[in-house]
Design a protein around this ligand. Structure first.
Ligand code: GTP
Ligand code: MG
Length: 436
């Protein structure tokens, strides 16, 4: 079965790309083309300029490249057609193929799933493909690129090797159990387990940073009414995005906008000002603000310099004294002075946010995992290793410890795809777009 789909974004464009993959692709595609070469003379990895002809009608002048089995994106025999970026042309070409028996439309992510199934990348790398496509900042680009290039996979292989070594020690002892030889003292095995746990935990902890690399820093603008939260949102965006008035309670809904600062994505949330009110709509807004405060990576507590409130919020907070054009307040090191009216301090504040959440000097590390699936699997692996350790401490025999260890190894293998169930694999690729 050959699969085919539009691989570039749908809609009008300079060029659209149609991808085909499966046994006999070259043969079938060539039937629609005006290229002279006999089939056996068709060269791979070369661009041909040719007409695409269906039932005598020339549909477009295209370029096409053929890829040999084992040397293509999917690992199968493939072709990529570059036509003019017209939805009509794309439809006509795809329809010509779909009417052909033995060709069907590719499922979402199916090209990449084939690449995974054909052993050209592991699951972690396949997941990085979707992250790379979705990346909205340099940080997201860097982390998904690293993961796609196999940086994380390499680290996971090292952890896997540590666990395999432990397994082999335990199994060796089991084999010679009757001879009553104690090869490796229990303390030594426990030490090795602890070491593995320590390494894995580095990744578990790294998730917080990894998520920020991939998804950005969640910044909540909170404070009393009229302090200038919406004005700050607009100042950050350098546009009149949200409504600003001198009427208390202007903002009710939470409004999210994104900016990039030093390569990091900041997801800024403007919220309803917090106060006692009988207004049902405003109260709903206020309870949403309070919820957001719990989820944010950083809270900008905005205060009106002419009348700063006493209320304190919990969390990772920068106190922002706005309207410093009206009144110059004395601030401590955890606070900043700005004026949304004059722009004073606004740019610096952007950089302070990044500095407070991420140590800017630190560059990306492979243990900054960014995928919740990986995070959960690693946590589970740790708890299974702790179980193995407990079994040793309880004096259980090696068979029991080996079962615990085997479980930890199987769990770890779910990240890269070695032991992942087909349901989960299908689910992962189902989240891709068609054509990828
Ligand atoms: N002088 C001066 N006025 C400002 C400054 N920032 C905001 N204001 C004014 O303060 C008033 C309230 O601003 P908003 O941005 O709507 O305040 P808010 O915190 O979003 O208010 P709510 O949405 O009602 O909670 C408006 O009249 C703004 O023009 C500033 O730096 N200096
Ligand atoms: Mg507002």
């Amino acid at each position: 079965m050959i699969i085919a789909a539009l691989a570039s974004a749908p809609g009008k464009a300079g060029i659209s790309v149609i991808r085909l993959s499966g046994n006999n692709t070259v043969n079938i595609v060539k039937e629609y083309l005006s290229i002279e070469e006999k089939l056996q003379d068709v060269e791979y990895n070369k661009l041909y300029l040719t007409e695409f002809i269906n039932e005598g009608e020339s549909i477009d002048q295209i370029t096409v490249a053929f890829f040999k089995e084992g040397n293509s994106y999917t690992g199968e025999e493939s072709a990529e057609i570059f036509c003019h970026g017209s939805p009509i042309i794309v439809r006509k070409i795809l329809e010509a193929f779909y009417l052909e028996k033995g060709i069907r439309e590719a499922e979402p992510g199916e090209f990449t799933q084939k690449r995974f199934m054909n052993g050209k990348m592991d699951l972690v790398q396949a997941e990085a493909v979707i992250d790379l496509i979705n990346s909205e900042s340099d940080a997201a680009f860097i982390s998904s690129r690293e993961q796609l290039e196999g940086g994380l996979s390499e680290e996971l292989k090292k952890i896997n090797a540590m666990l395999i070594e432990l397994m082999s020690i335990l199994e060796l002892e089991l084999d010679f159990a009757e001879e009553d030889l104690d090869f490796t003292p229990n303390e030594e095995i426990i030490r090795k387990i602890d070491l593995a746990v320590e390494v894995i935990n580095k990744f578990v902890v790294g998730y917080k940073k990894g998520r920020i690399y991939r998804d950005g820093i969640k910044v909540a603008l909170v404070g009393e009414v009229n302090v200038g939260k919406s004005s700050l949102m607009n100042a950050f965006l350098k546009s009149d995005r949200v409504i600003v008035t001198d009427i208390a309670g202007t903002t009710r809904d939470i409004i999210e906008e994104k900016i990039e600062v030093n390569g990091y994505l900041l997801r800024i949330f403007d919220t309803a000002g917090i106060r006692e009110t009988q207004d049902i709509i405003e109260n709903e807004g206020i309870s949403r603000s309070r919820k957001l405060i719990e989820e944010a990576d950083i809270i900008l507590h905005i205060l009106d310099s002419t009348n700063p409130s006493e209320e304190e919020f919990l969390g990772n907070i920068i106190k922002v004294y706005n309207k410093c054009d009206l009144e110059d307040v004395i601030i401590d090191e955890n606070s900043v002075k700005i004026s949304c009216k004059t722009g004073v301090g606004v740019e610096e504040l952007k950089h302070q946010i990044v500095k407070k959440v991420i140590d800017e000097k630190l560059s990306y590390q492979p243990y900054y995992i960014s995928n919740i699936r990986h995070f959960n699997i690693l946590k589970e692996t740790v708890s299974q290793l702790e179980q193995a350790k407990l079994s040793i401490q309880e004096g259980q025999n090696n068979e029991v410890v080996i079962v615990d260890m085997r479980q930890a190894l199987d769990t770890l293998g779910e990240i890269t795809g070695e032991t992942t169930s087909m349901d989960i694999i299908n689910n992962i690729f189902g989240n891709f777009c068609i054509g990828k």
